[in-house]
Structures are given as C-alpha cells and as structure tokens.
Design a protein around this ligand. Structure first.
Ligand SMILES: Nc1ncnc2c1ncn2[C@@H]1O[C@H](COP(=O)(O)OP(=O)(O)OP(=O)(O)O)[C@@H](O)[C@H]1O
Ligand SMILES: [Mg+2]
Length: 304
C-alpha cells in the first residue's frame, strides 16, 4: 500500500529539500516506485536542485490546466546516470553493468515564478477548495496511475496553508531540525498544536536531526568557568565539557522519537553543489544514514 511521507520543519533551511531528494532517489535505487512532489509552493527549489525544465507544473494541475502525466517527470534516467558515475569512480564489481536502479523516480515541480506563487497564495475560499480537491486527486492519481510505493513531499517550513495540506495527506511526518540552530520551543509548540491533530488519527511523526557534528565537525563544547579554592569570588580557569546528549534533550522536550541523526556532508559541499550525494558517494556517512532511514521507514510503513 502506498505510503505518503512529508518532510517538514518549523524553521527554514533545515535540509528538507536535500533530504527529501536524496531519500526519494535512494528508495528508487533500491527498487521502489517513488513520486517526489515539491509542495514548497512559496519558495520552490526542487527544480533548481534537479536542474530540469518540466513540461507542466503542479500549479497547472491545481488549476486543472494539466494532466498528471504532463506534471510528473520521469527522472529515473538521472538517478541511473548518477549511480553509474559513482560505480565508475569506485571500480565497483558491478561496474559496466547497464542499470543498477531497480525502481522508478517521478518528480512533480512547483513553479518558482513570483506571479505563480502569489496566485496560489491568495485566492478566494472557492478557489482554495478547488485547489484542495485537486491536491487530493493528485495523491489519488499517483497511487492508481503510478502504482507508487512512496509519495515523498517536500514542504514549506512553518504552518502555512500548503504545509498543512501536505501534512494532512501524509501517513508519516518527518520533522527536520538542523543541529546547532535548534528552536526547541517553536518546534515543541508546533508538534503539540499541529502534529497532534494528525497523529490522533493515526499519522506517525518522527524527528530527523540533520547536520549533526561528529563526522566532519567537532562535537559542540560548552565552556564553563571553574571555581578554585584559592579564588572563591570568581572564576579563575575554565573547563570544557560536552553538553548533555542533544538527541535525548530534544526527544524529551518535543516528545517525539528521533528516527535518524544525519551527519553534515560539508566536506563534499565545499567541492561543488550537492546533488544526490547519497547516490554519488555511497560510502559517505551521509549516504549510509539515508539508506538506514529508508530501511527504518519501510519497517515503520509495514506496521501502519
Ligand atoms: N547533512 C547536510 N550536510 C551539509 N549540508 C547540508 C546538509 N543538509 C542540508 N545541507 C545544506 O543546507 C542548505 C539548506 O538545505 P535545504 O535547502 O535542503 O533546506 P530546506 O529545509 O529545504 O530549506 P527551506 O526551508 O528554505 O526550503 C543547503 O545548502 C544544503 O546543501
Ligand atoms: Mg526546501
């Protein structure tokens, strides 16, 4: 049965688009039929991530001006190309094999033109109702026409209209946080006020902690003043301590389980623009975590 997964966050820039793109591509490589949707309609970025010019946009579909077949672009060849390049680099034993990608990846893009964004943002109640009907139909058609195993949705941060629509159609919510830039209070409030209304109807929600230190960046340190016996009136030296385990604090405060802590790949990012890193560098800790995430997810999805 199709499972719909939304990548969401309270703050912007936590890695939703990057994680959704890599996650969808790895699922396709592993043999699943995957539909990836750019529902970050206020600031779409999947198109620049995949660098393609789609025939039609999700926006056209919502206005009933395009069919699903014109909106969903088959990017399986792109996934295969990156996978083959990576095997060439590693002189993998399967090198020379024609195609190692067993599944499919289709992507639906949102239009980043500002007039298109304004059009979707505004609109009378009747237009909004029509959008919502079309959005639900989109999900239905991905299930029936594409026989999708997974629908992966990249959303806008916060609690705007289209983020809520995306969360409402999802079976699993990944609330993404960026290590070092956590807003625990805001995230906690959003989880309590918004996520709980979905989880009480059976939706599962998990935390994804992105860009954690340890692989390429040192663990965060807390510098504490130390009182000495010779100087009780003030600190004379400083001791350095590692803070309480961030994962534990987060999970406790937000009352959600952490499904994965994903490392930073800034060693790669400094070389060039990140693009499907999990396929390009399969031995990298980032790729390993994304692959593990797909495994944890298929276990969770099996229990739903
Ligand atoms: N694990 C990671 N290691 C290093 N860089 C990362 C990692 N994840 C994401 N990034 C980088 O962080 C930046 C923001 O990521 P991304 O655009 O995916 O975030 P986002 O949550 O989709 O942002 P927005 O809310 O604006 O849509 C990008 O430059 C991306 O390459
Ligand atoms: Mg994004």
């Amino acid at each position: 049965m199709t499972k719909c997964i939304a990548f969401h966050s309270y703050k912007g820039g936590t890695g939703k688009t990057t994680l959704a793109g890599n996650f969808a591509a790895v699922l396709a490589k592993l043999g699943f039929r995957v539909c990836l949707l750019d529902l970050d309609v206020y600031a779409p970025s999947l198109q620049s991530y995949f660098m393609i010019e789609p025939k039609k946009w999700i926006n056209d579909y919502l206005y009933s001006e395009a069919d699903i077949g014109d909106v969903m672009q088959d990017l399986t060849p792109k996934v295969s190309e990156i996978d083959m390049e990576s095997r060439e680099m590693q002189s993998d034993s399967s090198r020379g094999a024609k195609d190692n990608v067993k599944g499919k990846l289709w992507v639906g893009f949102s239009n980043a033109k500002k007039e298109e964004i304004y059009k979707l943002e505004g609109g009378a109640d009747t237009t909004r109702k029509q959008f919502l009907r079309r959005f639900i139909l989109l999900r239905e058609q991905l299930i029936t026409n594409y026989d999708a195993d997974y629908i992966v949705i990249d959303t806008s941060p916060g609690i705007r209209y289209w983020s809520i629509n995306a969360l409402a159609v999802a079976d699993i919510l990944f609330l993404t946080l960026k290590a070092g830039d956590l807003d625990i209070e805001g995230t906690k409030k959003m989880a309590e006020e918004i996520y709980s209304s979905f989880t009480k109807f059976g939706t599962k929600s998990f935390l994804l902690l992105n860009r954690v230190s340890g692989y390429c960046a040192p663990s965060p340190l807390i510098v504490k003043p130390e009182m000495t016996t010779s100087n009780r009136s003030g600190p004379s030296t400083f001791i350095i301590e590692t803070p309480e385990d961030t994962d534990e604090v987060l999970a406790r405060e937000v009352r959600m389980t952490i499904m994965s802590s994903i490392p930073c790949y800034c060693d790669i990012q400094f070389l060039r623009k990140e693009f499907l890193t999990a396929l390009k560098y399969p031995a990298h800790p980032f790729a390993k975590k994304i692959e593990n995430l797909t495994l944890s997810l298929s276990q969770t999805a099996g229990q739903l």
